[in-house]
Design a protein around this ligand. Structure first.
Ligand code: SF4
Ligand code: SF4
Length: 505
């Protein structure tokens, strides 16, 4: 084992924020009981929605495939417990655009019977890396740090680049959120096992396991597990606690001093970043054959009676999760799915916990609100932006709906960290505006891609029809030539057939 090292690489901008984590980390992770119903959105990942392969009335087992990926980017959805599908319908969800999304609803039977996943081997070292990647694809695993990019596809993209380092992201810098910290304390061995699986799948020789210096318990636990593994390829690194040092690009810079280019990916500079929770999920699937059907989430904030970290089935209504922890401290005023900086406000606790839910935060509205005033061009937002953007300019172009300027000024590089909001003396909700503008740009890009796919399908169909017509004409010409020798009845028969085919066309 290599001794932990400090890396004090410097980030641009960022903020030192109060942690607010000790309440939730005071007790071990607790398991939320199975709820009566599980609500499983078919979109829990970046990419196209998964397509249901079950129907209303079907009985399903825990771990059974409910919806399969459709398109080049996507992830399967599995049943989090056994029961009956009672509906496939829109349900309130926490997401970028809109309040409702199509969901598969399971009425749980309480037996929690699991399906057998056949043909998998826990002896992953016997698999070729490409076969291991295909195995990971079937586990429904997505980036659990919040990005929810399908893990197997991220790995496949990375295989097209020269990767020097796997960076395991245990940097959980957003206030209140402590699910990764608790996972590192309690499941360090499984996280490291997941890292070894990823290293084999990607043929990478060095893995940095990166944790902030304010998490001594997690560091101890990982250090102990590393000692038992005795694998020198895994190196534990500490970094200072600055928000948002857990952002992928920021982490790459902190750990390797390599700068991810604007519009680029960590893989462009030889790094593959995976969240520690994702690594544990890879272990659970490859070694135990349990797809991603549960996760650890932090339930916290001054509106929660008893803050803690819990493990809950994907699809559990947030109301059930909160009730299990001891309920609301008082009437909830502001419910956020995710952290205070990057999360999304929702209007109901009927929304389900999904693969992306790293935190359920309940706070008093006054903690986050101030009256919005006009921009005074102070420049504070630019000085804290970790991506070195000009938020005040972006805000201006977002208001003007100027897509071209938004692109030119790097909106797509914005990591939606919320630092600019926090320092803005005019209380302008910059990040919310940027999210909406990015959503619009993405929608336009999706629309363009859909139109392009439709154009290609149309052209391919026309080409095929043209080809078939040519083949038929050639065949008729051949038949005519031989019929000339056969007599007038045969010619009449061919002409009749030709007329029939024209009518069919
Ligand atoms: S939300 Fe975007 S613009 Fe604002 S500080 Fe973060 S990265 Fe910069
Ligand atoms: S911090 Fe607020 S007021 Fe200051 S320049 Fe940025 S947007 Fe304008």
């Amino acid at each position: 084992m290599t001794a932990p090292t400090y890396d004090l690489g410097k980030l641009h901008g960022g903020l030192r924020l109060p942690a607010h984590k000790s309440d939730a980390t005071a007790q071990p992770i607790r398991d939320v009981p199975l709820p009566p119903q599980l609500i499983l959105p078919i979109t829990q990942h970046v990419g196209d929605p998964a397509q249901p392969v079950v129907g209303i009335g079907n009985r399903v087992l825990k771990g059974q495939l409910l919806a399969e990926p459709d398109g080049t980017v996507g992830a399967p959805i599995h049943a989090s417990s056994s029961g009956k599908i009672i509906a496939i319908e829109p349900w309130p969800v926490a997401r970028r655009l809109g309040d409702n999304g199509p969901c598969i609803i399971i009425e749980c039977d309480g037996d929690d019977l699991a399906v057998e996943h056949e043909g998998l081997t826990a002896d992953y070292l016997s698999l070729q890396p490409a076969d291991l990647l295909l195995q990971i694809l079937d586990g429904g695993i997505v980036g659990l740090g919040g990005a929810v990019f399908p893990t197997a596809q991220k790995l496949m993209q990375a295989r097209t680049c020269d990767i020097d380092f796997l960076i395991l992201n245990g940097v959980e810098c957003e206030p209140y959120i402590s699910c990764d910290d608790m996972l590192m304390r309690e499941r360090a061995a499984e996280i490291l096992s997941g890292a070894q699986i990823l290293m084999h799948a990607m043929q990478i020789d060095i893995c940095y396991v990166v944790v902030e210096s304010d998490k001594p318990e997690a560091l101890n636990s990982l250090g102990g597990a590393l000692g038992e593994l005795d694998d020198d390829r895994l190196i534990l690194k500490q970094v200072p606690t600055i928000f948002p040092s857990g952002g992928e690009d920021q982490l790459v810079q902190l750990v390797t001093n390599r700068e991810v280019p604007s519009g680029g990916l960590p893989t462009d500079v030889g790094c593959l970043v995976q969240n520690v929770g994702t690594a544990a999920a890879v272990h659970d699937w490859v070694i135990n054959h349990e797809p991603l059907i549960s996760r650890v989430t932090t339930v916290s904030g001054d509106g929660i009676a008893n803050p803690m970290n819990v493990r809950a089935r994907i699809g559990t209504p947030v109301a059930d999760v909160v009730e299990f922890t001891g309920g609301y401290a008082e009437r909830p005023e502001h419910l956020i799915i995710g952290g205070p900086m990057t999360g999304r406000s929702v209007s109901t606790d009927r929304v389900p916990l999904v693969k992306a839910t790293n935190s359920i935060l309940v706070v008093h509205r006054t903690s986050f609100q101030g009256r919005e005033l006009a921009c005074i061009r102070c420049g504070d937002c630019a000085s804290v932006c970790p991506v070195q953007l000009q938020p005040q300019q972006l805000f201006w172009y977002a208001c003007a709906d100027d897509e071209e300027k938004l692109r030119e000024f790097g909106l797509t590089d914005c990591i939606e960290c919320g630092c600019c909001d926090l320092v803005c003396p005019s209380h302008i909700p910059l990040t919310a505006d940027f999210r909406i503008a990015k959503g619009r740009i993405q929608e336009l890009a999706d629309e363009k891609a859909r139109a392009e796919r439709a154009r290609q399908r149309f052209e391919a169909r026309n080409e095929r029809l043209e080809r078939e017509k040519k083949d038929r004409d050639a065949e008729l010409a051949r038949q005519k030539a031989s019929a000339k020798q056969a007599g007038p009845e045969a010619i009449a028969e061919i002409l009749k057939r030709k007329q029939q085919e024209s009518e069919d066309d």
